[in-house]
Design a binder for this molecule. Structure first.
Ligand code: NAD
Length: 246
């Protein structure tokens, strides 16, 4: 498949790209910075620029696509990870602006270019369990997609707004759009057991190809010590129809 990864130079995206390439997919990464994973082709684009997103959706994925006489073929799927990935990196309003406008641009451009599947990264923060100003507990476990979202900060708010936009785009276009409410992404260097956890993350992020279009709440199990992750970890034992759990 030809897959456009957006934000693939980041902490999570680079592992997704490595896995996709290992599976034999052609990957173009779009980011403000290049991704160093061997085999990926990079383009520097800004998701907040609608023109950039429309342009890249109809672009060559690599130099070897030139000269084939077939012009630019579309992407089979878009994986959108680009974001200001938490509060307290930039001003709150800038975090909200980049994440919401950027995601609108990505999905809108993908649909207009004929892409049939879009996957974007949401967050556990939509439930107010992280970066909140209280130690909030869920209403019930295991979590499902009907659980209320309780965003507090601008980052969590932006993730909820992204999901609202995605649902609207889905209704009008009919394409498959998946939002993954990820827990904390843990790289191998973050924990002694990181290799195993990183592998799980890669598998979980890439495991949606056979999924239905049913929205999913997703959790990864981990050995992370933070207390607020304790109940989120329990979600990994639940079964969400159509989603391959790890
Ligand atoms: N890291 C976590 O623990 C975690 C948890 C839950 C959800 N998420 C979500 O998963 C996704 C990936 O997270 P991450 O930890 O890899 O984040 P990251 O900050 O490491 O990577 C994000 C990438 O997005 C790119 N980016 C930012 N603004 C951009 C713009 N305007 N145009 C183009 N690219 C831009 C950055 O250059 C970066 O490479 C994000 O959407 C994040 O909100 C992350």
């Amino acid at each position: 498949m030809r897959i456009l990864v957006i934000g693939g130079a980041g902490k999570a995206g680079r592992h997704v790209i490595a896995h996709l390439i290992a599976c034999g997919h052609r990957v173009l990464n779009v980011d403000l910075a290049p991704c160093a994973v061997p085999g990926v082709f990079n383009r520097i684009d800004d998701i907040t620029d609608a023109g950039h997103m429309h342009d890249v959706m109809c672009s060559y994925a690599d130099f070897d696509a030139l000269g084939m006489g077939q012009g630019m073929s579309g992407f089979d799927a878009v994986i959108h990870f680009a974001a200001i990935a938490r509060i307290m990196i930039v001003p709150d309003c800038e975090c909200y602006r980049v994440n919401t406008i950027g995601t609108y641009n990505v999905i809108d451009a993908a649909i207009r270019a004929g892409v049939k599947k879009v996957l974007f990264a949401s967050s556990e923060t939509t439930y107010g369990i992280c970066f909140s100003d209280v130690n909030r507990q869920p209403d019930y476990l295991p979590l499902d997609e009907d659980h209320p979202t309780l965003p507090e900060g601008s980052y969590a708010m932006s993730k909820v707004a992204k999901a609202v936009a995605a649902k609207s785009f889905q209704r009008r276009s009919g394409i498959d759009i998946y939002g993954l409410r990820l827990n904390n992404v843990i790289a191998p260097k973050n924990t002694p057991k990181g290799s195993q956890i990183s592998l799980r993350i890669r598998h979980s992020v890439c495991g949606t190809s056979s999924a239905t279009s049913k929205p999913a709440i997703w959790a990864i199990s981990s050995t992370a010590p933070w207390p607020r992750m304790a109940w989120a970890m329990r979600c990994s034992t639940s079964q969400v129809p159509g989603i391959r759990l790890i």
